[in-house]
Design a protein. Structure first.
Length: 372
């Protein structure tokens, strides 16, 4: 299997994404002992400050892999039953028959049937994840709001269900991972952030990764530009933002190097044991927030392309920022990419995002990074 890096092709693919309209992006690709790092464009449209490959970045739902790993560690220790009902641990949050029917596994793989709380916490996103009818006003209204996770969970639990517990396909919902955060707190006596930091981030030796408490990104980082499907024009910077509205679901700050290190260790069985990793790679069908039906495991999803081998990892978005980290199952090739613009596509007359040159350019970059 050819596994060397084509650095010139990677450089060119990065430039193509920038030319297509991405203000700035940076990445790290690994193939065996070879490492390529690249950065193109600007971290600040006002000053022209360039992006660099070592910037810290809000990585969104990549956080879910960290949270899932922390839960599975507690499964290994016997404090949590993977197929136990969540009502056994948190009856006040998921009461009655639903608490008895929804298992911990169903929360991790998004088959609980619990609705997304976001359109209730952010009223202008009332049709989320459907972009038609949404407005970005709530993004500004809640820039410095400190949310209580229990109140957010209640919004999701009391909203109309999006499926039956264990039903397929499942529906991706951040409510599931806020509940997992409360579950970690319940069984360990520490906050979810403390538990994930101690047992996952520090265990993996990640020096530039954290679950933040405040609204700021410490250290060198990019501004994060949100377009909200062209409704914010020009795109607005949301790099300063209180992430309590997602917490252990999507609040993580990391670097592309740390993400590659984490996923390499995870797939090598160094974060959770081999049996837990096997559970993480057991997939079911789930409808993503983009409305696509994907295979999803326990905080991981696979990606297959024209090359050899299946890649495992996760993607993530926040207001203004996006990331994707994928590692081949054998650990021999990895990619982590970060971008500083989100929801760049405008909507057509039916309210669907229109194709944008950035989409094709990013797809081409991912192919070169993962398959050469």
């Amino acid at each position: 299997m050819r596994n060397s890096l084509d650095c010139a092709a990677l450089d060119a693919a990065m430039e193509d994404v920038h030319r297509a309209g991405m203000p700035g992006l940076f990445a790290e690709v690994r193939a065996d002992d070879e490492v390529w790092r690249g950065a193109v464009g600007v971290a600040d449209l006002g000053t022209g400050r360039p992006v660099t490959a070592d910037l810290r970045h809000r990585v969104g739902s990549i956080t879910k892999t960290f949270t899932a790993a922390a839960v599975l560690q507690q499964v290994e220790s016997g404090l949590i039953g993977l197929d136990a009902p969540i009502g056994r641990y948190l009856p006040q949050l998921v009461p009655g028959e639903r608490g008895a029917a929804i298992t911990v596994r169903m929360l991790i793989n998004h088959t609980s049937g619990l609705a997304e709380y976001l359109p209730y916490a952010y009223p202008s996103l009332k049709t989320f994840p459907d972009p038609a009818g949404t407005r970005p006003q709530s993004l500004d209204d809640h820039r410095h709001t400190r949310f209580d996770p229990v109140e957010l969970i209640e919004m999701g639990v009391t909203a109309p269900a999006v499926g039956v517990p264990g039903g397929a396909p499942g529906v991706y919902s951040n409510t599931n991972y806020l509940l997992l955060g409360q579950l970690l707190e319940h069984v360990t006596g520490a906050s979810a952030e403390q538990c994930i930091t101690r047992n996952v981030i520090e265990r993996a030796g990640l020096r530039d990764t954290e679950l933040p408490v405040g609204a700021y990104v410490d250290g060198p980082h990019s501004r994060l530009y949100e377009s909200w499907f062209g409704m914010i024009d020009p795109p607005r910077d949301y790099s300063v933002y209180d992430m309590s509205f997602v917490g252990p679901s999507a609040a993580l700050i990391s670097t592309v190097a740390d993400l590659n290190r984490f996923y390499a260790m995870l797939l090598a069985g160094e974060i959770v044991g081999p049996s837990s990793l096997k559970q993480m790679q057991r997939t079911t069908r789930v409808v993503s927030q983009e409305g696509k039906t994907i295979d999803y495991g326990l905080g991981l999803h696979p990606m297959e392309g024209p090359g050899e081998g299946v890649f495992w990892g996760h993607g993530g978005t926040v207001w203004g920022g996006g990331s994707l980290a994928m590692t081949r199952a054998d650990g021999r090739r990895q990619m982590a990419v970060a971008v500083n613009l989100q929801r760049w596509s405008r909507l057509d007359s039916s309210g669907r995002p229109q194709p944008h040159p950035i989409d094709a350019a990013l797809a081409a970059l991912f192919r070169v990074a993962m398959y050469g």
